[in-house]
Write a protein that binds this ligand. Structure first.
Ligand SMILES: Nc1ncnc2c1ncn2[C@@H]1O[C@H](COP(=O)(O)OP(=O)(O)OP(=O)(O)O)[C@@H](O)[C@H]1O
Length: 599
């Protein structure tokens, strides 16, 4: 319904206005309750930047609340004014978060979640035992003063800032870096995203808001001890509130905190004795029947107005992108590279990749000139994909050197190699699943050698989308595409890396003959028009035949042939690899390896 998209911001403004007058109403009970809700929102939303946006479930977020509370209390009790103590709390917590980021981000998934959770008991024990600083189990009593009103107003201001930061993150390059990490951090790196600094920055950012919440609550309560600021029983409540409504949604943390905090308070007052059971049961039911939070439930989608609160990020982005003028059709916005001369663009010198006793790539040396299209063939398991992974640094070769335009790639990370000009696809497509087709392609444009703003990148992405014939799917999520469409999307995303070298891994398998022909035309076009060098892993020889300058064959990681396709398919070793004993039989020696239909 028209105009309903304005409902959330209008209600939000109304809410802020009501909250602004509340502390002047004289109702201390309501003001104290609203204060705890504000603190919970700051904690829940700042947690969601790391969890919902980046996909790292930081169960120890409350540790930043505790560190902030302690730093604030210690400085305030030392005689400093409020603002100095507040700034000290933020500073100490940010330093702690920066240090903790180093060990924590060595871990992924459940390991990260459990390691972060372990911070809470660890810090609680520290707070109990560092008695000279923390006063141990006695806790710290802050100077008693009537601070509810100022603490409340500052908390409200921090809440507004928290929400504005959330909006800013959603549309910024930083936000897209987070979303790409959430989807597939290895792929994010191979399209140019420098993931390590992004992870550190978001943890420090979220810690600052956690610390602000801790400092304000310590100020308002006038007392802290280890159990109240690091206790597991309180630490997970803000996280549960976010999960209740929907992590990763613009309004999820806000609505989750408002509803669950109100329910908690109501249960506390009216259902004495059972409140914890009922609270837990509600969360379990939501988890069971509406995973992803109730705002993502199908029935919410059907309720006009309410649906606005459950919109995924890409739906907000799509709404604004639809108003932006597109740059569709025609040529790709790519530079035209010089391909003249015999200069090698990529050179492998004795590259070896070993997984335990399995040698996947065995001392491979080869050289490919700028502007060549080279087919890479070999039976299943012969090391083709592993060779690609050695070039794009998904794997660090066990031995040997990879030189790109004369530069040793050993010193570069995956993102650096992408920025140097290596784009790739994956045998099993790995798009950023919960982003749209347009966003998938815009990400390399935002993080490549000449990074564009999100707005420009989204606009420029349209040309690549059209090139891949995915125009009608521009605003669809990548996980809604068919396998073939995902392959086309990956090809377009690799081109959006503005590559000098394109690594194409079995893109044609499963395509109809007409689609294979169109794809071959694309490969030829990007080389002829833009000078892009291509290495194409493919089992469909009839496709390779139409476009490659030469072919390299691998067998059990060893390079066994390198030359024109018709010579390679007559090579005895290649024949034996593909046809086994039949190749050595007298009748099989005459005809070359079938070019059409060999798989
Ligand atoms: N991460 C890994 N850990 C252990 N072994 C691996 C790993 N990656 C690849 N291998 C092994 O390396 C060998 C080469 O695999 P690779 O995927 O490179 O072959 P391929 O030629 O691309 O095969 P296909 O045509 O089936 O894709 C296989 O024996 C595979 O099991």
């Amino acid at each position: 319904m028209k105009g309903l998209h304005r409902l959330p911001p209008l209600l939000g403004l109304g809410l802020v206005a009501a909250l602004l007058v509340l502390p002047f109403s004289g109702n201390a009970y309501l003001t104290t309750f609203a204060f705890t809700v504000l603190i919970a929102y700051i904690l829940g939303q700042s947690w969601d930047w790391v969890a919902g946006e980046m996909g790292y479930v930081n169960l120890g977020h409350y540790a930043f609340y505790g560190i902030g509370a302690y730093a604030f209390a210690i400085v305030l009790v030392g005689g400093s004014p409020f603002w100095l103590a507040f700034v000290a709390a933020l500073g100490v917590t940010a330093v702690a978060a920066r240090l903790l980021a180093v060990p924590l981000f060595r871990l992924h998934g459940d390991y990260f979640a459990f390691a972060s959770l372990a911070l809470l008991p660890l810090l609680e024990v520290l707070a109990y035992n560092l008695t000279p600083i923390t006063r141990g189990a006695d806790g710290i009593v802050l100077p008693v003063a009537q601070v509810l009103q100022p603490a409340y107003l500052i908390a409200l201001a921090v809440c507004v800032v928290t929400f504005v930061v959330t909006l800013r993150i959603h549309g910024a390059r930083f936000g897209y870096a987070l979303k790409s990490i959430r989807n597939d951090e290895q792929v994010a790196e191979t399209v140019g995203v420098r993931i390590a600094p992004v992870k550190r920055r978001v943890l420090v950012l979220s810690s600052l808001f956690g610390a602000a919440a801790g400092a304000l609550q310590a100020w308002q309560m006038s007392y802290i001890d280890p159990a109240t600021v690091f206790g597991l029983n309180v630490a997970l409540a803000p996280i549960a509130m976010v999960l209740f409504a929907g992590s990763g949604l613009r309004y999820g943390p806000l609505i989750g905190v408002l509803l669950l905090a109100s329910m908690q308070q109501w249960l506390l007052v009216s259902v004495k004795g059972f409140q914890a059971t009922l609270y837990g049961a509600t969360l379990l039911l939501i988890g069971r029947f509406m995973p992803g939070g109730f705002l993502r439930a199908k029935w919410v989608r059907r309720v006009p107005g309410l649906a606005e609160f459950g919109r995924e990020h890409h739906e907000h982005a799509t709404a604004s992108a639809m108003q932006a003028p597109g740059q569709a059709g025609g040529e790709l916005p790519l530079p035209t590279l010089q391909v003249a001369g015999e200069r090698p663009l990529i050179e492998l010198q004795g590259v070896r990749m070993q997984f335990g006793g399995n040698v996947a790539v065995n001392d491979v040396s080869l050289s490919i000139r700028a502007g060549e299209i080279v087919g890479l063939i070999g039976p299943n398991g012969s090391g083709k994909t592993t060779l690609f992974n050695c070039i794009s640094r998904v794997y660090t070769p066990t031995a040997g050197r990879v030189l790109f335009d004369g530069q040793d790639l050993a010193d570069l990370g995956r993102d650096g190699i992408a920025r140097l000009g290596v784009g790739r696809t994956y045998q099993i497509p790995r798009p950023f699943s919960d982003l749209t087709v347009q966003e998938n392609i815009a990400i390399p444009l935002m993080f490549g050698a000449n990074p564009l703003s999100p707005r420009d990148a989204l606009r420029e992405a349209r040309a690549f989308v059209d090139y891949a014939e995915l125009g009608p799917r521009l605003y669809d999520r990548a996980d809604a595409l068919s396998v073939q469409e995902k392959k086309a999307l990956e090809f377009a995303r690799a081109l959006a890396c503005r590559p000098r070298l394109l690594l194409v891994d079995e893109v044609a398998s499963g395509l109809t003959p007409a689609e294979v022909r169109r794809f071959v035309e694309h490969i030829r076009h990007v080389r002829d028009r833009y000078g892009i060098t291509v290495i194409w892993v493919e089992h469909i020889f009839s496709a390779l035949e139409q476009v490659v300058d030469r072919v390299i064959a691998l067998e059990q990681g060893v390079l066994i042939a390198d030359g024109p396709l018709d010579a390679v398919v007559r090579n005895e070793r290649v024949l034996a690899t593909y046809l086994g004993a039949a190749a050595t039989a007298p009748q099989a020696s005459a005809p070359p390896l079938l070019i059409r239909g060999v798989a």
